[in-house]
Ligand binder design. Structure first.
Ligand SMILES: [Zn+2]
Length: 367
C-alpha cells in the first residue's frame, strides 16, 4: 500500500540494504498468478516462452529516507506479433529500468520545470528523463486521440521568444483545446497534420480557420479543395480593423471598428473595403505607418475567406479568441520562460505533454 503498487502486483518480501551511502529498500515483487500474461510491447495476450534473463530491478519512488527498488522476475512470452518478448508487468512500462510511478513523478516534474532540473533532482541522466517523456507521451497518445470527432480546426503559428522558432498549432475552435502541435511552419507541417488526421476524419471537417497566413491557407485549399469553408480568423481581421480605425474615424475609432465587424458578420465585405479605401494613406507613407493600407490589402486579398455568414449559419465558430488565450498561454509560457533551456528537438514532445495536462487528460495517466 505504502509503495503505491496496484492490486495485480504481489509483494513477496523486502530487505533494507545499508551497504551504500544511502540505504536501499529492496522489495521483491511478482505478478498475481491469475492475471494472464501479456506482451510488454504490444499488450497482446500471449503464452509463456521462457524465464528471460532472470530477475530484474526497477528503481521506484523513494520511501522516506531510503531509495527503493523493486526486484522481480522478467519472463518472456511468445507474442503473436512481436515474437518472444519480455512480459508486461503492472509496475513498469516496457523496456525501462524505472517503475511506472517513478517515471510519472519525474515527468510531472520535468513538465513543471524542465528535463535538466528533473534529471538533477532525481540523480538520473537527462537522456533517462527524455526516455520517460517519450514513453508517457506514447501511452497518452494511445489512450486519447484528440483528433477524433473534429468538425472544425484553427491552424495557427506560434513564435518563440526570439522569433527564430515556430510551432504550428492546431486547435478545436469549439472547445479552445489544442489538438495537435508540431515544430516548424511550412507546407510540410500542414501536410503532416492532414496525414495524422487521415482521409476519413478529414472528410468530416467543415471549417478551417487560419490566422490568414498565406502558406497555411494555400496548403489547406490544396488538401481540401471545395469541401471545407476557409475562414480568416475573425479576431485577426478585427486586429487589422482596430489598427486602421483611428485613421478612419479619429473621434470614435471603436464604433467604426464595430461597424466594420458587423458588416463582416453580415457578409458586406465590399462595404468594409470601401470604408478603408476612403482613408488610404498617400503612397509615399511608409508601410509601418499605414494601418489603413495594411488593412485594405489584408481584406481585399482574402475576400474568399471571409464568408462569416455561412459559418455562423452553420453554428461554427468564426474566431479563435478562446484559443488565443488557451494555447498561447500553455505554449508560450513554456517558450518564453526565462532561463529554460529551449530543447530544440524535443519541443514537440513537451508541447504535447503540456497540452494534455492543460486539457486535464493528464489525470487519466495516473489511474
Ligand atoms: Zn507483442
Amino acid at each position: 500500500m505504502l509503495l503505491g503498487l496496484c492490486r495485480a502486483t504481489v509483494i513477496t518480501g523486502w530487505v533494507l540494504d545499508r551497504s551504500g551511502h544511502r540505504p536501499t529498500l529492496v522489495v521483491w515483487v511478482r505478478c498475481r498468478a491469475d492475471v494472464p500474461g501479456r506482451c510488454g510491447r504490444s499488450g497482446r495476450r500471449a503464452s509463456g516462452y521462457d524465464q528471460g534473463d532472470g530477475a530484474r530491478r526497477w528503481r521506484h519512488v523513494d520511501v522516506a529516507f531510503a531509495r527503493c527498488v523493486l526486484e522481480g522476475p522478467a519472463p518472456r512470452v511468445n507474442c503473436g506479433r512481436c515474437g518472444p518478448t519480455v512480459a508486461g508487468v503492472p509496475w513498469a512500462r516496457h523496456d525501462t529500468v524505472f517503475t511506472r510511478a517513478f517515471e510519472d513523478v519525474v515527468v510531472h516534474d520535468a513538465i513543471r520545470s524542465n528535463k535538466a532540473s528533473a534529471a538533477r533532482r532525481y540523480g538520473i541522466t537527462w537522456r533517462a528523463v527524455d526516455g520517460m517523456c517519450t514513453r508517457l507521451l506514447a501511452e497518452a497518445m494511445d489512450r486519447v486521440d484528440p483528433l477524433d470527432g473534429l468538425i472544425a480546426v484553427a491552424i495557427d503559428e506560434v513564435k518563440s521568444k526570439k522569433g527564430q522558432r515556430y510551432l504550428t498549432v492546431v486547435s478545436d475552435p469549439f472547445t479552445g483545446k489544442v489538438v495537435w502541435v508540431t515544430e516548424g511552419r511550412s507546407k510540410a507541417t500542414v501536410n503532416e497534420f492532414f496525414d495524422a488526421l487521415g482521409a476519413e476524419r478529414a472528410a468530416d471537417l467543415e471549417i478551417v480557420t487560419t490566422d490568414g497566413a498565406e502558406w497555411i491557407r494555400i496548403q489547406c485549399q490544396e488538401v481540401f479543395g471545395e469541401q471545407a469553408i476557409f475562414l480568416c480568423d475573425f479576431f485577426h481581421v478585427s486586429e487589422y480593423l482596430g489598427a486602421a480605425a483611428p485613421s478612419c474615424r479619429p473621434a470614435q475609432p471603436n464604433q467604426w471598428r464595430r461597424t466594420q465587424q458587423k458588416r463582416l458578420r453580415r457578409g458586406d465585405v465590399q462595404k468594409v473595403i470601401a470604408a478603408l479605401e476612403e482613408h488610404l494613406e498617400p503612397l509615399e507613407t511608409l508601410e509601418e505607418e499605414a494601418p489603413v493600407r495594411n488593412g485594405y490589402r489584408y481584406v481585399s486579398n482574402r475576400k474568399d475567406c471571409l464568408d462569416y455568414p455561412r459559418a455562423l449559419a452553420l453554428g461554427l465558430p468564426i474566431g479563435s479568441g478562446m484559443i488565443e488565450s488557451g494555447h498561447r498561454h500553455v505554449l508560450q509560457a513554456r517558450l518564453k520562460k526565462a532561463g529554460t533551456a529551449w530543447l530544440h528537438e524535443h519541443a514537440d514532445q513537451i508541447a504535447h505533454l503540456r497540452v494534455l495536462r492543460a486539457n486535464r487528460q493528464w489525470l487519466s495517466l495516473w489511474n
